[in-house]
Design a binder for this molecule. Structure first.
Ligand code: NAG
Length: 255
């Protein structure tokens, strides 16, 4: 019984030992490899060496090879947060770097294969570690009397309205500052209100006194005797429509 790995190792030795280190096998021949940046144009023959041509049109080969086609260069897709760090050359592939605001989550020897946008912190959190090309943003919660809308690198203390000689009209939250408004002192507000109420009352009293006086004057000038007092009194009391009605009644009762 023979193990499979042993067979494979045996085969491998057989194949590699068949051609030299800088050679490749084509059919029965061992041909010299093309150098990096070149591909095979024509395989070698019994009489000629390998014919090689450079890689063109955004293709490359970065190792000695016996390939008849070059490999297409990597495209650094900005949609994936990648940007060209080093352009493609016939002997080396493009090297991609990360765009601003992204971090690499699949790094290569000197570049990046895939990047991801930095996380943004939520309101109520601050950026405790700014994202780099290789690490994501780290967010932390605001505590105490501080706030952050998610874009601050530290939590800010609430605005102290009283130190600004202002009145707080909205208290702060972990995601928003307190809001201050103009100072309206309570005594002044009360005094203003009282003054207004008093002015209205005074006005009402003044008007009613004026009306009463006017009515009294009218009744006195047009009342020569007390003869009809008994008659006029109930009329005056029931009179709600004014002095003219009373005068009319008087005229009617005096022949
Ligand atoms: C947070 O506040 C800053 C400054 O007040 C502002 O520039 C920024 O746009 C705000 N960010 C968010 C996410 O609301």
């Amino acid at each position: 019984m023979i193990d499979l790995p042993i067979i494979l190792v045996f085969l491998n030795i057989q194949l590699t030992s068949a051609c030299g280190r800088a050679e490749y096998r084509t059919g029965v021949e061992c041909c010299p490899m093309c150098s990096p940046g070149n591909r095979v144009h024509k395989h070698c023959t019994e009489f000629t060496s390998t014919s090689c041509v450079p890689c063109t049109d955004s293709t490359f080969l970065d190792e000695p090879n016996g390939l008849t086609a070059c490999i297409l260069c990597t495209n650094c897709d900005p949609g994936f947060g990648l940007t060209v760090k080093q352009s493609c050359r016939p002997s080396s592939d493009t090297v991609c770097g990360t765009l601003e605001g992204f971090y690499c989550h699949d790094p290569t020897k000197d570049g990046c294969r895939a990047a991801q946008r930095h996380s943004s912190c939520k309101p109520g959190q601050y950026i405790s570690h700014t994202g780099t090309t290789s690490t994501d943003t780290v967010c932390s919660d605001c505590t105490g009397d501080t706030y952050s809308n998610g874009s601050f690198t530290s939590c800010q203390s609430y605005t102290q309205c009283d130190t600004l000689k202002l009145q707080q009209i909205k208290s702060g939250t972990h995601w928003s500052d307190s809001e201050c408004g103009p100072q309206t002192s309570l005594p002044i507000a009360i005094i203003s209100a009282v003054v207004v109420v008093l002015a209205v009352i005074a006005g009402v009293i003044g008007v009613s006194i004026f009306i009463r006086k006017g009515r009294k004057k009218l009744s006195e000038t047009q009342r020569p005797t007390d003869v009809h007092k008994g008659l006029q009194t109930p009329i005056e009391e029931s009179d709600t429509e004014g002095a003219t009605l009373f005068v009319g009644t008087r005229t009617d009762s005096c022949p």
